[in-house]
Design a binder for this molecule. Structure first.
Ligand SMILES: Cc1cc2nc3c(=O)[nH]c(=O)nc-3n(C[C@@H](O)[C@@H](O)[C@H](O)COP(=O)(O)OP(=O)(O)OC[C@H]3O[C@@H](n4cnc5c(N)ncnc54)[C@H](O)[C@@H]3O)c2cc1C
Length: 455
């Protein structure tokens, strides 16, 4: 084991742990930290950096601004350093190109000495009261071990591949996360089917449908959801993307939380208004005159099975089931793009600590309000990023709340108030306590919660 014990080791370098490394570098530089990432460099969803796509949150949701607007790692400082501030000023857009967000993050990553790339974490165990984190070099296969008082997991989510497609994955059947790596193949195909109806599915469909007039492919877009629905997107509704809402959600009982999350899908899982409009407009343009765009859209339809097409080498046949009508049919496609979302799975590297980690009745991690795993008998803390949807609510994956979570983690690791916690600066109150205190209302005897009214 290495003799050197870091204060904190980060596992994974996506935007959340990158933001944490940036905050520490600026405001808590005496902390001894290292962040381990399996990829060769920072790259944010590189297979989905499609031209014309933007961040779903305003540029203020960069790595640091929402807790520290004067931080040198802000997006505005990136622009200034690129000599691009006036270009952005006249751009007059809140929602920046996704490709630029990635470039900004890479600019931050290039300046942080604490990041170690090509290091895949395979095991985390405890030895003599410190965490020992084992890695394998993604290029050479060399093994290394690091030691730390505390650990923070920022490993993001994993591609969700429905079971029926697992055995068919390859250049013609792939997840939307690798769309750009496979786009040339799509452009040469005769037929393409996109499965799913979230933002990724819509972006892929839009890209292909806008290119369709110059190409010979047909496109089908099939989803088991009830429709191709737009994400709820209104200023008043956005007030739940705040630390206050996390406070409120965290204190609810678990049954209420689970019901609430089940009813909030369209707050973060639908298609954004602009993409939806752009798709419709492209379909409209492509159908001017006698033109019949070679396109099919069908909702409420699950692809229950896949196999080789009847004519060998002609792609795949998909068994489709429209669950509202109870009808089934067979559909053939040369390429199948699975925009089937992402899941949170427990990382295998935690296995050595499994008997020390507490779980709820459903086997989910239990997590404290300040983002630590609840554990038994471990000397150090394991913090989590973006693993707390079930405990802290729908803000877990939101880039705009990353700096807030990171400020909380910095304070906990440094054991001092490096960042001052700020109270509500939106107009809405979520808890009765806050409303009553502020509005001078009178409390009555409590009633039992009614989770089903939470929609
Ligand atoms: C296409 C797409 C677009 C999105 N756009 C937005 C948006 O506009 N606004 C918004 O608010 N949210 C958006 N999101 C959701 C947001 O949560 C993610 O974009 C964000 O990347 C999550 O950051 P993360 O740090 O948790 O994980 P990730 O970005 O997934 O990064 C995790 C990192 O951990 C590494 N890792 C995993 N396991 C190991 C290991 N064992 N050892 C070492 N390294 C490891 C991975 O290689 C990866 O680099 C989007 C999500 C997707 C999929």
């Amino acid at each position: 084991m290495t003799d050197h014990v870091h204060d904190l080791l980060g596992i994974g370098v996506g935007p959340f742990n990158l933001g944490l490394a940036a905050l520490i570098d600026d405001a808590a530089a005496d902390l001894d930290v290292a962040f381990l990432e399996q990829k060769p460099a920072f790259n944010w969803h590189e297979g989905m950096l499609i031209e014309g796509t933007t961040l779903e949150v305003p540029f203020l949701a960069d790595l640091v601004t929402m807790v520290d607007p004067t931080n040198p790692y802000s997006y505005l400082n990136y622009l200034r350093e690129q000599n691009r501030l006036y270009e952005f000023y006249f751009y007059e857009e809140f929602f920046i190109p996704r490709r630029e967000y990635n470039d900004y993050c890479r600019w931050v990553a290039d300046q942080l000495p604490s990041l170690r790339f090509d290091q895949r974490v395979t095991d985390v165990r405890e030895d003599d009261g410190v965490f020992v984190v084992e890695t394998v070099d993604s290029v050479t296969g060399d093994r290394a071990s690091y030691a730390a008082e505390d650990v923070v997991m920022g490993i993001g989510t994993q591609r969700h591949i429905p079971d029926q497609f697992e055995d068919f994955l390859g250049p013609d059947v792939f997840h939307s996360a690798s769309y750009l790596h496979n786009r040339d193949r799509c452009l040469d195909a005769d037929s393409i089917t996109i499965v799913g109806s979230g933002q990724s599915a819509a972006e892929v469909f839009r890209d292909l449908v806008e290119r369709q007039p110059d190409r010979a492919y047909s496109i089908d877009w099939i989803t088991r959801s009830r429709g191709f629905f737009q994400m709820a997107d209104a200023k008043l509704g956005h007030m739940i993307y705040t630390p206050d809402y996390i406070d409120y959600f965290y204190d609810l009982d678990q049954e209420t939380k689970d019901q609430l999350l089940g009813s909030q899908d369209l707050l973060y899982k639908g298609i954004d208004g602009e993409t939806s409009a752009k798709i419709y407009d492209a379909l409209y343009r492509n159908s001017i005159g006698d033109a019949e765009p070679d396109v099919g859209l069908l909702a409420a339809t699950e692809i229950t099975d896949i196999g080789p097409a009847r004519s060998p080498g002609e792609g795949y046949q998909l068994i489709c089931e429209q669950w509202q009508e109870g009808d089934r049919f067979l559909h053939e496609s040369e390429v199948v793009i699975l925009a089937t979302g992402y899941t949170r799975t427990d990382p295998p590297f935690l296995a050595p600590l499994e008997d020390r980690i507490r779980r709820d009745d459903e086997g989910r991690l239990t997590i404290t309000r300040d983002f630590r795993l609840e554990t038994d008998g471990l000397a150090g803390e394991i913090f989590v990023q973006n693993a707390e949807l079930h405990t802290h609510g729908l803000n877990a994956p939101d880039l705009g709340l990353g700096p807030y979570r990171n400020a909380t983690i910095v304070n906990a690791v440094a054991d001092e108030e490096v960042y001052e916690p700020r109270s509500a600066d939106t107009f809405q109150r979520f808890s009765v306590d806050d409303f009553v205190a502020e509005r001078g209302a009178h409390r009555l005897e409590s009633a039992a919660p009614k989770p089903s009214d939470g929609a």
